[in-house]
Each structure stands twice: as structure tokens, then as C-alpha cells.
Design a protein around this ligand. Structure first.
Ligand SMILES: [Zn+2]
Length: 185
């Protein structure tokens, strides 16, 4: 890997440690040419298996594009879309499998999207789950309502969407910051 500072084609590993509960290896490297240091990171490439049998690397941008379409005209920012895609990736990665069927990716989108914007959620769910009639929408809306009522009842267990990724949405951004000393300079 080229030195990000001077493009020297070689570097020396000076420290190597696992992070994020063993799912990541970070290596601190030193460039023999310019002497500066940088960090690289190694993770399992998460593969998505499509129905056709083709597998491709998980792509966060693809999630953003799909969800952005459902959010047209809705008060949802690009940052919110990026956070959602990140939550989806985290939820899938923490299952610990290197390959997931594409429909599970779709399922993992539903929970966070429902929290983000219920109209966009309905649009996405209607395509993803193949709604065919008004009845399908009515059922889904009824489910949303009862979910919301339950969520607002104190003392009830957290709703499914929150359990899916195990973290409340407000924490999503801060947790992504690399640990001290691990950030490339
Ligand atoms: Zn260098």
C-alpha cells in the first residue's frame, strides 16, 4: 500500500491490533521514505447474495440510493440517509456472517427507515414487500399505529426496530469515531 503522504510504495508495520470486538484489524504503519505514520484497517468483505445466485460486496451507497428514492419529497437529509445506511451495515455485520442474502439487507432497512420517516417507510415497504392493494397499506398503517402506541407506553420493552441494531439512533454517529491514536494523521 502506498504511503498516503509521499506515495512511497512500501511501509513498515509498527503495531497491529484488533478492534470493534475482533471484527477489525488496525495496523499502524511507518513510511521508510518520509518517516510519517498512518493506519490501515482490515475487515471481512461483507458479501450480499442476490436471488439469482450472484454475490457482490455490500455497498452502502446502494442502500442510500434505494432509500433516497423512497424519501423523495420528504424532510430527510443526506446525512440521515448516510447514518441509516451505516446502521444497516452495522446491524448486518454484527450477525457475524460474511455473506447475507439480499432480502435480509432489505429487512434490515425497514426498522431504521420506519424511525426516520413513516411515509418513506410505507413507500419502501410497499415495493419491498410487494403491496398489491389498499388493504396491504391499511394493514401496514395499522401495524405502525400499534407499534407507535406500544413505543409510547412506559415500561414496555423496546420496539423491534431499536433492538435490530441494538443502539438508540442518537448514538449512531459518535460511535464511528476511531479510537484515539488510531486515526491516520
Ligand atoms: Zn511517505
Amino acid at each position: 500500500m502506498y504511503c498516503p503522504h509521499c506515495k512511497h510504495p512500501d511501509s513498515r508495520v509498527i503495531d497491529s491490533r484488533t478492534a470493534e470486538e475482533g471484527t477489525v484489524i488496525r495496523r499502524r504503519r511507518s513510511c521508510p521514505a518520509c518517516g510519517r505514520r498512518f493506519t490501515t484497517q482490515e475487515t471481512v468483505i461483507l458479501m450480499v447474495a442476490k436471488r439469482s445466485g450472484v454475490t457482490e460486496p455490500f455497498n452502502r451507497d446502494k442502500i442510500v440510493r434505494g432509500v433516497r428514492r423512497a424519501c423523495q419529497g420528504r424532510p430527510v437529509s443526506e446525512d440521515q440517509l448516510a447514518i441509516l445506511a451505516q446502521r444497516v451495515e452495522d446491524a448486518i455485520r454484527c450477525r457475524g456472517s460474511g455473506e447475507v442474502p439480499s432480502h435480509e439487507v432489505g429487512l434490515a432497512i425497514l426498522g431504521p427507515l420506519r424511525e426516520l420517516d413513516e411515509v418513506a417507510y410505507l413507500r419502501f415497504a410497499s415495493v419491498y414487500r410487494g403491496f398489491e392493494s389498499l388493504r396491504d397499506f391499511e394493514d401496514e398503517i395499522a401495524a405502525l399505529r400499534s407499534e407507535r402506541d406500544r413505543a409510547h407506553t412506559p415500561g414496555e420493552p423496546a420496539d423491534e426496530a431499536q433492538r435490530l441494531d441494538g443502539s438508540p439512533r442518537t448514538n449512531g454517529q459518535d460511535q464511528r469515531q476511531p479510537a484515539d491514536g488510531a486515526a491516520p494523521r
